[in-house]
Every structure is written in C-alpha cells, then in structure tokens.
Design a protein around this ligand. Structure first.
Ligand SMILES: [Zn+2]
Length: 359
C-alpha cells in the first residue's frame, strides 16, 4: 500500500457515516459558535450528501453559472494540484470557497482498522519541555503501524511574536519583510523536524504526514483582506507550505502528496471577501482544509478517558462533540488531538488502538 498512489487506491463509494452533532461548546480550540458562523452563505451550511467519492450533482436552477466539473474519485490528484480550480467537488457542489470547506480526506486515504484518522495540531517541536513533541507520539504509533497527520505551526513563534510588528506604523511591505525575517531562522530546523516525521515507514508504507496549520497560529475568524494581520498570516501560510514542500521533495522525491490545511481554533474566516482571498491562495498552493468529527477537547481537559470515548464513538460511526457547521461533517471519523498534550491522553488513545490493532 502506498498512500500517495492515490489513484490506484480508490475503491467504490464510501459508506455514509451517521454523524450525530452533539452539544456545541466553546473552548480555546473551538471558539466559533453556531451563531458566529450564521453569516456564512446558507449553501455552505447544508447537509452534505452521503458520499464524497461519488458526487451527486444537486438540481441546478437556471441562474447557477456553469462550474468546472471534477470527479474526485476519477481524478483525485487534482484536489491537491497547485493552481487547479477544484470547482465542483463532492459534498457541496453549489458552495463557494470550496478549498476552505472541503472534507475529502477519504479520497486519498485508505481506512485503517480502527476507523478513525488521528490528527495532532500545533507545534511538532515544542519550546516548552513540559509539552510533548511529535517524536513522542510517533514512538507509540510506529510499532502499532498506525497512521497520523500532524498539522504544524512554525517552531518558536506564535501570534504574540507578531505584536511588535503589528504595532508599528511601518508600511505593509515592511511588516511583511519583518515577518519573514522572524520566520527565516526557523526554516532549517522546521524542515529537519518535518523530514524526520515523514521519513518513517512501516514496511513499504509511509505512516505520517505533516500539513499546514499556519505559521503563527493566529485566529483567522475575523480577519479582513488588506489588513496587516491577514497579509502577515498569508506570508506565514506560504512559508509553512515552502518548508513542507522542501521536506517532501527531500524525503519522497517524485511522489505526489496530499496538501491539507487546518484553521487554528478551527476558525475559518467569517467574512466573504476574506474567504475569497484565502480561497485564491489555497487554489494557488493546492491546499484543502480538513475538519474533525471526534473532538476530545484535550486542549482543555487533557483526559485519557475523553480521548478514548471520542475514538470509541468514531469506531462505532458516531461523531463526538464535533464542531457544527463546516468542520464536523467529514465522511469518515477524524479525531483532533494536540501534540503537546500527548502525555495526558496517551493511555486512552493507546488503549483504543490496542483494542483495534492493525491487521
Ligand atoms: Zn491549533
């Protein structure tokens, strides 16, 4: 099995999950309430059809403009092709900003025996030694042959690092230059850390992927175009993508890769103009955003018990405190954990995995 030969792996239609959206809570990683996303066009809050891999066109009215047709199951590589307008795809044919709301993980992924895809957000190399690193997670997952995604920020910087830049009356161009100056020393260590993660194989199969979670972990929910905050955020997204690309080129030359993105705090931009601008960048870079259906809320409660419950629910085809709206509706269960809290949730996650070992 090779996950990147995705055209060869696609099988028949994916069975629909019976997603149950439970109570919505507001946590540091989940600050967007249902009310806040109500200004997203109605078409983006519709119930998705049953399958991602076999899109059923919705009835069109005469006013619907023609859109480029893409059948992901036939042409999945295009989903991640830089510069390709994904147009009409899978689960929301009429929605705009498709790269921002796609949930196409099943297109390129072979299901694992435990049924839930594990994802870990934030720093892969923590500055704080009390936080776990991606290496620690890998040490536990590798012998079990369990695959996972890491959504990474740039090490040693955060939204706070930007305050001195944002406070000045410098021109936007200068602010962007200062941002790059802040990021540049991290390039080499970041690429090295990514390479280490993505080089690991079980038999002939790569187990781990690293994806884009922005450079600084800014909350993008209220960002507006042409502001320093937003422009700097885009500089950071490009920087992360460059580092990830360098790492993959070095470790897996010639292999086509998935290109996922996850919004910090799962906060996708609420303003339409911001969505349009960001969709352009996502199209240019070939990025697709990825949500979650099994939220352990480990960011706030750090509980092995909750982590186990969320995974167990996913195995049984139920979502667990998933974010409502765009992010809780993937067609297969996706668990959102945080790299840094691994030591606190490890026992529960491993208990679940050992109950459903990879055959
Ligand atoms: Zn995060």
């Amino acid at each position: 099995m090779k996950f990147f030969l995705i055209t060869l792996l696609l099988t028949g239609p994916v069975a629909a999950q019976n997603l149950i959206e439970k109570n919505e809570t507001t946590t540091p990683e989940n600050p967007t309430t249902e009310k806040e996303i109500s200004d997203i066009p109605a078409s983006e809050n519709e119930t998705p059809p049953e399958s991602d891999s076999e899109p059923t066109p919705e009835p069109e009215t005469e006013t619907t403009p023609p859109e480029p047709a893409l059948k992901p199951a036939e042409d999945p590589e295009k989903l991640f092709l830089p510069g390709f307008d994904v147009g009409r795809v899978g689960d929301r044919p009429t929605g705009t900003h498709r790269r921002l709301v796609q949930r196409t993980v099943t297109i390129g992924e072979q299901p694992q025996d435990h049924r839930v895809l594990l994802t870990f957000d934030d720093q892969i190399v923590p500055a704080d030694p009390s936080h776990a690193s991606a290496d620690e997670i890998i040490e536990d997952l590798k012998p079990r042959g369990v695959r996972a995604f890491f959504f990474a920020n740039v090490p040693n910087v955060s939204a706070k690092s930007l305050n001195p830049i944002l406070r000045t009356k410098d021109s936007l161009e200068n602010k962007k230059k200062r941002t790059l100056k802040l990021l540049e020393p991290q390039r080499e260590p970041f690429i090295k850390a990514i390479r280490k993660i993505i080089s690991i194989k079980k038999d002939d199969q790569y187990l781990f992927e690293v994806f884009n979670h922005t450079a600084f972990h800014q909350n993008m929910g209220r960002m507006k175009p042409n502001t320093a905050k937003f422009e700097i955020c885009l500089v950071g997204i490009r920087f992360v993508e460059e580092c990830i690309e360098s790492a993959y080129q070095a470790e897996r030359p010639g292999i086509k890769r998935l290109r996922y993105f996850r919004f910090p705090f799962l906060a996708d931009p609420r303003y339409k103009n911001t969505q349009i601008e960001l969709d352009k960048l996502f199209t240019e870079l070939g990025l697709l955003s990825l949500g979650e259906t099994q939220d352990s809320k480990d960011f706030s409660n750090n509980s092995s018990k909750t982590a186990y419950k969320s995974l167990d629910a996913g195995y049984k085809g139920r979502s667990y405190k998933a974010q409502k709206g765009n992010y809780g509706r993937t067609s297969k269960p996706i668990a959102l954990f945080h790299t840094k809290t691994w030591r606190n949730i490890r026992k529960g996650v491993l208990k679940f995995l050992d109950e459903h070992p990879i055959q």
